[in-house]
Structures are given as structure tokens and as C-alpha cells.
Design a protein around this ligand. Structure first.
Ligand SMILES: Cc1ncc(C[n+]2csc(CCOP(=O)(O)OP(=O)(O)O)c2C)c(N)n1
Length: 336
């Protein structure tokens, strides 16, 4: 099988930040560390057979979800794929309830009935966790329409991979969102592989963002290794959508450091390629930026210790929580 190397773009320089931006980056650094440590612990538990089913890790892509979600306020909506742990954590969903959901426990965020791919938190307008590639792009358009119909001051962000850009619902969703000027920001997290298929074997035009042109929609394409940069870029499109000036399609280049799911040995890419992308780890970059802007060593140790406690507590909560009883089987099947 032909294997071509997929490279990241040129790294942006480490720069001097305002104190507001330093504080924001520190907040996002903490969230990215939470996502990383939560998933490392989840992966360990999965490997030990403590829970089963599908489990897709977000490790490597943290700056995209964290940056984008920090461009939102609490009234805004988020839709995610089966790679939803990072988005849910960045949105502020309770790590204990998320870990319990992985374990299929009654205290899980959807009472143990959804698992890894189907996190959902109505209180935070976190509208899932969706397993059907691209299907939720049409749902995002529906949410955008509901926002407009009800005259809510909200926007909707829809995350998906480059594989979803080849699905029919993607095109239907973008067309209607543009036609009706709906407040939706479509974010393609291009990690360059759809399961084992590299983008150069699946996309006739490798640039996903250019598909926006077909729908008369604004577009942007940039690297996703700098959470602050992502936050600022996405904010521009969020504010535009909030003003009623319609949707955008953003393609953000990123990389998953692990396999597609826990059962993927990732033989379709080279170790050298993975190493190149790991040098561009968004968490390391955020740390370098913060150090350059005067954040002291002990602050990173404090964050690391705080996150360790949160993740350890979430694991304990998940392990000690009860299984859903059989009598729950038919509950919550239909919404009323
Ligand atoms: C409609 C549909 N077809 C196939 C699958 C099986 N499948 C699950 S994930 C995946 C790859 C999707 O890749 P991409 O959209 O790039 O997202 P990534 O996993 O890279 O985040 C496929 C083909 C599915 N879940 N839904």
C-alpha cells in the first residue's frame, strides 16, 4: 500500500500576549490537560477491560475543540461526533458523569445508555455525541434553524472529520444553512485520516474548506495546534453568525496521536510522521507560550496536580457507581 507522509504547516512563532489572552490561554491549557489526562486514564481502563464498546480518543486534537468552544457562551449549542470526550470536557460537562458513562453506569451523563460515542448534556446545550459519520451535520442545520425561528441569541458549532465532508448530509446541511443564513459554524477537524484511509485516497479535492464556495458560504483554513489562535479565528465567525450574517465552514488541520479507535494499530501511517506531529503538540505549545509570558513553573505543577485529583475522583466515581437496573430499559426511549 502506498503511504505518503502528511506534514503539519509551518509553526507560528511564540509571541507576547496581553494579560487577558494569557489568562484565557491558561484556562484553555488547563482544559486541554484535563482532556489529555482523562483520556489517558480512560484508555488504561479500557485496556484493562473495565469497559467495552467503541472508544475513539481525541488525544492530539485538544486545541481545536478547546479553542472553538471557548469562542462560545453558555447559550450556544455544540454537536460532536463519536470522538466527543474532548468537546464535552471543554464544554464543562462533569468528568465524573462522563467517566461513568464510559463505564455504562447509571450515574453516567446519559444514565449509562450511550457510552463513549453518545455523550449528551442538555443543560450545557451539548447536543451529542453522534456515531453516524456526517449525519449530525444536518442536525446542526436543524438546530440553526430552530435558533433563528425562536429568535434566540445563539449560534451552533458542529464538529466533524474530513471523512464526513464526503457524506450527503454534509452537502444538504451546508446548502440549507447558507440559503437561510443560519447561525452555524461547521468545523472540519481535518486529522488527515478517516479510520485507515488517508485524505489523499478519499478526497478528490483535498481542501475541504473550498467546498464552502459551492454554497456561497464563508470559509477559512488554518492549523489547529494553537488554542488561542483557534479561539480568535472561531470567534470572528461566531460573532458574524450572531449578527445574522450566516454560517461558515472552517477547516482546521490537526492530528490524532492514537489510532482511530482503541482497536486500531494504525499501520497506515509511519512512526516518523506521528513523531513530527507530536513535536507540534498543542499542550506543549501552550505551555511554551505561557512560560514566555511569565507563568511560573509551579503553576503548571499545580494545574497537573489538580487535574490528577479530578481524573482520579472521576474514575473512582465511575467504578463505584451502580449499573443501570433492568427496569431502566424502557425509560427515556422517547422524549416528551
Ligand atoms: C455513515 C457511516 N459510514 C461509516 C461509518 C464507519 N466509520 C466510523 S468513523 C469513520 C471514519 C470517519 O473519519 P472522519 O470523518 O475523518 O473523522 P475522524 O474519525 O478522523 O475524527 C467511519 C468510516 C459510520 N460510523 N457512519
Amino acid at each position: 500500500m502506498e503511504v505518503r507522509q502528511v506534514n503539519p504547516g509551518t509553526e507560528r512563532p511564540i509571541e507576547k500576549l496581553s494579560s487577558t489572552d494569557t489568562d484565557l490561554l491558561k484556562k484553555m491549557y488547563r482544559e486541554m490537560v484535563l482532556i489529555r489526562r482523562f483520556e489517558e486514564e480512560a484508555a488504561r481502563a479500557y485496556a484493562m477491560g473495565k469497559f467495552g464498546g467503541f472508544c475513539h480518543l481525541y488525544i492530539g486534537q485538544e486545541a481545536v475543540g478547546t479553542g472553538a468552544i471557548n469562542a462560545l457562551n453558555e447559550r450556544d449549542y455544540i454537536l460532536s461526533t463519536y470522538r466527543d470526550h474532548g468537546h464535552a470536557l471543554a464544554r464543562g460537562c462533569d468528568p465524573g458523569a462522563l467517566m461513568a458513562e464510559l463505564f455504562g453506569k447509571r450515574t453516567g451523563i446519559v444514565k449509562g445508555k450511550g457510552g463513549s460515542m453518545h455523550f449528551f448534556d442538555r443543560r450545557r446545550n451539548f447536543m451529542g455525541g453522534h456515531g453516524i459519520v456526517g449525519g449530525h451535520v444536518a442536525l446542526a442545520t436543524g438546530i440553526g434553524w430552530a435558533i433563528q425561528y425562536r429568535n434566540e441569541q445563539a449560534v451552533c458549532i458542529c464538529f466533524f472529520g474530513e471523512g464526513a465532508a464526503n457524506i450527503g448530509a454534509f452537502h444538504e446541511g451546508l446548502n440549507l444553512a447558507a440559503l437561510w443564513k443560519l447561525p452555524v459554524i461547521f468545523i472540519c477537524e481535518n486529522n488527515h485520516y478517516s479510520m485507515g484511509t488517508p485524505e489523499y485516497k478519499a478526497l478528490s479535492v483535498p481542501d475541504v474548506s473550498i467546498r464552502a464556495v459551492a454554497y456561497n458560504m464563508d470559509r477559512d483554513l488554518f492549523d489547529g495546534d494553537d488554542a488561542l489562535f483557534v479561539q480568535k479565528k472561531v470567534s470572528e465567525h461566531v460573532e458574524k453568525a450572531r449578527r445574522g450574517d450566516g454560517p461558515s465552514l472552517l477547516e482546521i488541520s490537526t492530528y490524532r496521536f492514537r489510532g482511530h479507535s482503541m482497536s486500531d494499530p494504525a499501520k497506515y501511517r509511519t512512526k516518523e510522521e506521528v513523531e513530527i506531529w507530536k513535536q507540534r503538540d498543542a499542550i506543549l505549545r501552550a505551555r511554551r507560550m505561557l512560560e514566555f509570558n511569565g507563568v511560573a513553573e509551579k503553576e503548571f505543577a499545580r494545574i497537573e496536580a489538580e487535574i490528577k485529583d479530578i481524573v482520579t475522583a472521576s474514575l473512582k466515581f465511575a467504578e463505584e457507581s451502580p449499573e443501570p437496573p433492568v427496569s431502566d430499559l424502557y425509560a427515556d426511549v422517547y422524549a416528551v
